[in-house]
Design a protein around this ligand. Structure first.
Ligand SMILES: Cc1cc2nc3c(=O)[nH]c(=O)nc-3n(C[C@H](O)[C@H](O)[C@H](O)COP(=O)(O)O)c2cc1C
Length: 416
């Protein structure tokens, strides 16, 4: 099994410290998380805007026992070489997430519905009203993933020349979320109030999460870094007077699973061969903050580049990965663009990884992502979820009494 983020996880202990079920979220990009995923022969060409296809995926997640759906969003098409943009599907063709959740609220009954909305390019009144409405439509299953946005193209859609600076957008996010919470507190909502998720990994991002987040979404990190992150976040939350275990930490979990490791490797290799080298390099340039690496050889080391004004957390992780694994630009681009630490193996391999992070206190659950669809989602539901249940890591949600409403998302997550 390969796992570029966590090394060999197949040797981890199988001790079980989890007595309660973990949280299972699904981070869904219908065209596939992997940049070449949309080219998989099984993927519909219009996956991102195909409501029957998306509904089918979401119903499968609900039937399998997932707790919540997480939808990403960008509010502009990133500045990138048109050659790259013409070869990706992820950012260009997708429903706006809150309207999609409105449609899904009537097609699902128990799944939490969480959408990303930017505190940089929206208003607190709009966010409060949208999610209050979604909470009613879904009988208390709504959640807001507070993001601060990523690029200049987004800023230009809102009448600015460039993306607001990192410190300023987090200062704005802090005030923004307080206003949203204040508005919800004056409103009676089925779920008490919508769940708040946060995914910033820089210092200010973690500080915001420690203060207000119910769920924290993290990238895949090596075990020691994941533990350090979780301990740091919980200590900051406790310092602010919060119950540190009221924050559920969900690392991303991309997987390609099959009955055998060889079969899983083959499935992934078939899609990896569809990744265009220019797309891979473009993705690396984007996550480094919009740099131009075209003058550097692909088989050479990653040079120092200016920090840019995007996700400083993501950028730092890429430099760490390059130094740790001694990667060339070309290899790094393939890894960053290639699902970023996907576990490629059997259901037991994934369950071992899950168990290791949960036992070490680094995760309360996972945001499962799907390199290509529908294959990797079907395989997770059919193979991995039963294995997690067998190990007691995933438990059945308590069934509502006959005639009673399904659990709200807060109740389902065990949040106050
Ligand atoms: C797993 C993950 C998913 C994210 N999804 C989105 C998204 O859909 N839209 C967005 O604008 N930002 C997204 N972000 C970015 C963060 O929410 C955050 O605004 C950004 O990383 C900058 O903060 P940082 O410097 O603290 O990392 C995501 C981050 C992570 C780690």
């Amino acid at each position: 099994m390969s796992n570029s983020a966590g090394g060999d996880v197949s040797a981890t202990s199988s001790s079980r410290s989890a007595t309660r079920g973990i949280v299972l979220g699904a981070f869904l990009k219908p065209a596939g998380e992997y940049l070449a995923g949309w080219r998989h022969p099984g993927a519909p060409a219009d996956a991102g805007v195909n409501l029957p296809f998306v509904t089918g995926l979401v119903k499968r997640l609900e039937r399998a026992g997932f707790d919540a759906l997480f939808l990403p969003d960008l509010v502009g098409v990133p500045d990138a070489d048109p050659e790259v943009l013409s070869r990706v599907a992820v950012v260009n063709d997708a429903f706006e997430p809150t309207t999609l959740l409105g449609a899904l609220s009537t097609r699902t009954t128990s799944l939490g519905l969480i959408a990303s909305v930017s505190s940089t390019y929206s208003s607190p009144a709009a966010v409060a009203a949208t999610f209050a409405s979604l909470d009613r439509l879904s009988s208390g299953r709504a959640g807001w993933n507070l993001v601060t946005s990523l690029n200049d193209a987004e800023a230009r859609n809102f009448g600015l020349d460039s993306h607001i600076g990192h410190a300023e957008r987090y200062a704005r996010a802090e005030a923004f979320v307080d206003e949203v919470l204040g508005r919800w507190a004056r409103d009676e909502l089925p779920g008490g109030r919508p769940v708040i998720a946060q995914a910033g990994s820089s210092g200010p991002g973690q500080a915001l999460a420690a203060r207000v987040a119910d769920l924290v979404f993290t990238r895949t990190l090596p075990l020691d870094q994941a533990v350090a992150y979780a301990e740091g976040l919980r200590a900051t939350a406790a310092g602010l007077g919060r119950d540190p275990h009221a924050i559920k930490i969900l690392p991303e979990l991309p997987t390609v699973v099959a009955a055998t490791r060889a079969e899983a490797e083959d499935r992934f290799a078939a899609v990896r061969d569809l990744l265009h080298p220019r797309v891979a390099l473009g993705d690396l340039e984007y996550w480094l903050g919009g740099v131009d690496l075209s003058a550097f050889p692909l088989d050479g080391p990653l040079p120092e580049t200016p920090p840019g004004n995007k996700s400083l957390g993501a950028r730092a992780e890429i430099y760490e990965q390059a130094a740790r694994d001694g990667l060339t630009i070309g290899d790094l681009a393939k890894q960053v663009a290639g699902g970023d630490g996907a576990i490629i193996g059997t259901a037991a391999d994934v369950a071992d990884h899950v168990e290791a992070l949960v036992s070490a206190g680094a995760a309360d659950g996972f945001n499962v992502s799907f390199p290509f669809l529908p294959d990797t989602l079907d395989a997770f539901c059919e193979l991995v979820v039963p294995e997690l249940r067998r190990r007691g890591l995933v438990t059945e949600s308590p069934a509502p009494a006959p005639g009673a409403r399904p659990l709200t998302l807060r109740a389902r997550l065990g949040l106050a």
